[in-house]
Design a protein around this ligand. Structure first.
Ligand SMILES: *[C@@H]1O[C@H](CO)[C@@H](O)[C@H](O)[C@H]1NC(C)=O
Ligand SMILES: *[C@@H]1O[C@H](CO)[C@@H](O)[C@H](O)[C@H]1NC(C)=O
Ligand SMILES: *[C@@H]1O[C@H](CO)[C@@H](O)[C@H](O)[C@H]1NC(C)=O
Ligand SMILES: *[C@@H]1O[C@H](CO)[C@@H](O)[C@H](O)[C@H]1NC(C)=O
Ligand SMILES: *[C@@H]1O[C@H](CO)[C@@H](O)[C@H](O)[C@H]1NC(C)=O
Length: 482
């Protein structure tokens, strides 16, 4: 009997494991589903909660999830996919966060009870200690057990057991092994999921591709061991991953962001910062993105952000989702990959229910307020999270320390999966970006003249075209009346 593996979290797509039959050998395709918000845990609910907490608590708020199972017989768990961390852990059924004292279903995405698994083995006691960027945390043990993902099963996989945590769901960390909590706490480096999949011969190399897809579609996928060449447009370019202080210690998917262009029907601006090249971490586990303050200020001015002193958040009228403006992010110098991020990926609903409205002292008084998805968290590290990653098709090659990047093809249903042919093979279909050491933006100080801002702020504004038919229609109506 096949184990249940990774099925979908909800009935959104009843097909289940899309493409499991069609994928070539050497790859593992896993669907990921976006969840806008995860029910808060009772521990969090006991404390008075502000809107600001809801918004900034990224790991608890939403992200991309997939269902896996742990142990024998398998216990299903829905886990957050995170390229920014490296441990896979599951909340323990007896952790306070999953306690039924305060709620009937406190851990709706599943938890793990070691005593119900015949194949469970203790590994490192107290070795699991992670505090995420948003200050959510997990403390606990490491254990080894069978882990089912997609249609594959990894025996003796090292996993974390969350005993004291603020998160009521687990995380699949698929980053570099050097960033495992056990390296810090116990000086033990273990084979985490991408490596374990290669060692189990599920994949040929330690690499995977992430296609998060459109915000409105809520469904994307992660492909371990291959590239789906139908899921992006233009050509795929690869970049060297950079390290802090140019050491050879790769711990994050860090790449140089070397230009940001703002474009709308009214014009185009090259945005400046004293921080180019900005070393940005590609982090699927974070919803928002964080960039240097001087750059963020210019982006906010382009789109017309009204910073709320009360919520301490950059707000924008929700209708600007429809704005024809976009930002183009350039990486690895003038000849590197470029990714266009449209406004509907950057304007986010604040809550699931009725949106709040702007107060009377705001220029947008009375209009529905949304959140702008690029902020300044006070980095470095600077982060490109979900608000950027949805617009890109990104390949993470852990063996060669390369990232492949191309413009995503939203909602593409065609598929042509090319596996990495062997361990350490280069990213299929990618060409290395030339001149990666260069920057392509004029020295900072040359502030843009914000010629794109009118076009960003008039949603649906088309120069010339719109005015003419409108005037014609009015005069025709006038004529008919006479
Ligand atoms: C499981 O893996 C560990 C190393 O992480 C190894 O020490 C142990 O022998 C393995 N157990 C089995 C049953 O394969
Ligand atoms: C859980 O960890 C937090 C943060 O370190 C600590 O303050 C708290 O006392 C711990 N709770 C338990 C039950 O150990
Ligand atoms: C994976 O394949 C290699 C080469 O064919 C083989 O030596 C190794 O035993 C296989 N490993 C597993 C876990 O099947
Ligand atoms: C993708 O599909 C969703 C519906 O599933 C739709 O709302 C969205 O507009 C589509 N995106 C694009 C870019 O076509
Ligand atoms: C990328 O890194 C490799 C290995 O460090 C180096 O040999 C190569 O020159 C780098 N490529 C570019 C374009 O910088």
């Amino acid at each position: 009997m096949r184990r249940s593996g990774c099925l979908l979290a909800s009935g959104a797509l009843a097909l289940g494991m899309l493409g499991a039959e069609r994928t070539p050998p050497g790859v593992l395709l896993l669907e990921v589903q976006e969840r806008r918000s995860v029910a808060p845990s009772p521990l969090q609910r006991r404390a008075p909660k502000t809107v600001e907490e809801v918004i900034t608590n990224e790991k608890a708020r939403g992200g991309y999830f997939s269902t896996c199972s742990v142990g024998t017989p398998p216990q299903d768990v829905v886990l957050l996919l995170d390229t920014g961390s490296s441990d896979t852990w599951i909340p323990a059924s007896n952790a306070a966060v999953c306690s039924r004292r305060f709620s009937t279903d406190p851990c709706p995405l599943g938890s793990f009870n070691p005593s119900d698994s015949e194949t469970y083995r203790e590994f490192i006691q107290d070795g699991l200690e992670i505090t995420y960027l948003d200050e959510s945390y997990v403390f606990g043990d490491y254990f080894q057990d069978t882990f089912d993902i997609g249609d594959s099963s990894v025996k003796n996989m090292t996993l974390g057991l969350g005993l004291n945590t603020t998160l009521n769901h687990g995380i699949v960390g698929i980053g570099y092994m050097l960033n495992e909590a056990s390296v810090r706490t116990s000086r033990i480096q273990y084979d985490n999921l991408p490596v374990a999949l290669a060692k189990a011969n599920v994949t040929n190399s330690v690499a995977y591709s992430l296609w998060l897809n459109d915000f409105d579609s809520q469904m994307g996928n992660i492909l371990f061991g291959g590239v789906d060449v139908e899921k992006y447009t233009g050509s795929m370019m690869s970049l060297n991953v950079t390290t802090a202080d140019n050491s050879d210690e790769f711990d994050h998917f860090r790449v140089p962001l070397t230009s940001v262009q703002a474009s709308s029907p009214s014009g185009s601006d090259t945005l400046t910062t004293t921080s180019y090249p900005i070393q940005v971490v590609l982090d699927s586990g974070t919803t928002l993105s964080s960039l240097p303050a001087d750059l963020v200020d210019q982006m906010w001015r382009e789109v017309g952000v009204d910073f709320s002193a009360v919520l301490r958040q950059p707000l924008i009228p929700c209708y600007r989702k429809e704005s024809p403006g976009s930002f183009t992010f350039g990486f690895g110098g003038p000849d590197g990959p470029k990714v266009i991020v449209p406004m509907n990926e950057l304007v986010l609903d604040i809550t699931l229910g009725q949106p709040p409205v702007f107060p009377s002292d705001s220029p947008y008084k009375g209009q529905d307020a949304c959140l702008f998805g690029i902020q300044d968290f006070g980095g470095p590290p600077y982060i490109l999270g979900g608000t950027f990653l949805r617009s890109a098709y990104v390949v993470f090659d852990i063996v060669n320390n390369q990232v492949g990047m191309a413009q995503t093809d939203f909602n593409e249903t065609k598929s042509n999966i090319v596996p990495f042919p062997s361990y350490g093979a280069a990213i299929p279909s990618a060409t290395a970006a030339p001149n990666q050491g260069q920057t392509d933006t004029p020295p900072s100080g040359t502030a843009p003249d914000f010629s794109a801002s009118t076009g960003f702020q008039n949603a649906g504004w088309i120069p010339g075209a719109l005015q003419l038919p409108a005037i014609l229609a009015i005069s025709l109506a006038f004529w008919a009346a006479f």
